[in-house]
Design a protein around this ligand. Structure first.
Ligand SMILES: Cc1cc2nc3c(=O)[nH]c(=O)nc-3n(C[C@H](O)[C@H](O)[C@H](O)COP(=O)(O)OP(=O)(O)OC[C@H]3O[C@@H](n4cnc5c(N)ncnc54)[C@H](O)[C@@H]3O)c2cc1C
Length: 293
């Protein structure tokens, strides 16, 4: 099992910001996760799990705790029959989607272009804002059958059915559990049709390439029943607003980019600035989608 003390986090996180972690561990099986828990306990440190860290801002001073990043033992994709796949939490969405297209499984094309691990995408109930057609999948919860977890509370592995999980917009209710794997239900389709749908989702995310700098995707959740966060921020004239090396993207107003040398202080300052402007102008309290650790 890989265990590294003082691991720099700036090269892990989507925003390329962050000081060192007390300890970075890559367990390959459940026994090794239990060892990681023991290391955290022995050192009286907080324990967290991260995937691709695409939705996390690590602070400049680093993370004084133990970070679990599931290793290769959780990188499997297995067919279970009748369109059901069992997928390890460490599989990247890019690999999963490509594998599904090659094998003729349709239903996860909407995840194309999201730079996440399968486990991180489940935890965040990742997805796109709106389905194009009624009945089309647009969030992780739409394809999940059940999720295998290691519960940090009693250190037992459990299989949780989708309805037991409490999924909602960018939320899973899986706090204090390590997601190990999940079963998803897909449909059979032709490879060419699947690839066409993947391309159409990637086209819809062209703005990601246009950002030109590291980012963590959307900073704020879209407020329910209101204009999307990006539109509110843009209406406040904040595109291009900078603090240090952090900038409200000129391409998408709900994204902060690291134009070079940004610190977590810069990003947090910009977040507070945006929140106060949107609050003052629209009376709306923007809620963070980005996680700060
Ligand atoms: C350019 C860009 C575009 C993006 N576009 C989208 C988009 O269109 N839609 C969308 O929903 N998101 C988007 N995101 C945000 C991000 O990719 C998602 O939130 C994704 O689900 C995070 O996955 P991750 O593996 O990076 O998780 P991380 O960022 O590592 O972690 C996110 C959360 O999940 C938890 N977690 C991760 N793995 C596990 C596990 N195995 N067990 C338990 N908890 C775990 C972490 O503790 C943390 O709380 C985008 C990000 C970027 C940088």
């Amino acid at each position: 099992m890989k265990i590294r003390y003082g691991e720099p986090l700036s090269n892990k996180a989507g925003l390329k910001i962050g000081g060192p972690a007390f300890c970075w561990i890559e367990p390959g099986d459940v026994e090794e996760i239990l060892e990681a828990i023991s290391i955290a306990e022995a050192n009286k440190k907080t324990l967290i799990v991260v995937g691709k860290a695409s939705n996390i801002l690590f602070k400049d001073q680093g993370f004084d705790g133990v970070i679990i990043n599931l290793g290769d033992g959780f990188g499997f994709i297995e067919k279970e029959g009748m369109g059901v796949l069992r997928v390890g939490a460490a599989v990247s969405l890019a690999c999963l989607i490509e594998w599904c297209a090659e094998s003729g499984f349709s239903g996860c094309e909407f995840l194309s272009g999201i730079p996440a691990s399968f486990g991180g995408a489940i935890f965040m109930n990742a997805g796109v804002r709106q389905a194009k057609d009624p009945g089309e999948h647009n969030e992780m919860k739409d394809i999940i059958v059940d999720v295998d977890v290691l519960d940090f509370a009693d250190r037992k592995t459990k299989r949780l059915k989708r309805d037991e999980i409490g999924f909602s917009y960018r939320f899973s209710g899986l706090g204090r559990k390590c997601i190990l794997a999940a079963r998803i239900k897909l449909e059979n389709d032709k490879k060419s049709a699947i690839i066409n749908r993947m391309d159409s989702f990637i086209k819809g995310r062209r703005w990601i390439q246009g950002l030109g700098f590291p980012s963590a995707g959307s900073i704020f959740k879209n407020p329910e029943g209101k204009d999307p966060a990006g539109r509110l921020i843009e209406a406040c004239g904040l595109k291009g607003k900078r603090i240090g090396g952090a900038e409200i993207s000129t391409v998408h107003a709900n994204v902060i980019v690291n134009t070079g040398g940004a610190t977590s202080r810069d990003v947090l300052g910009l977040i507070e600035f945006v929140r106060s402007r949107v609050r003052n102008r629209f009376g709306i309290e923007l809620e963070l989608e980005l996680e700060i650790m």
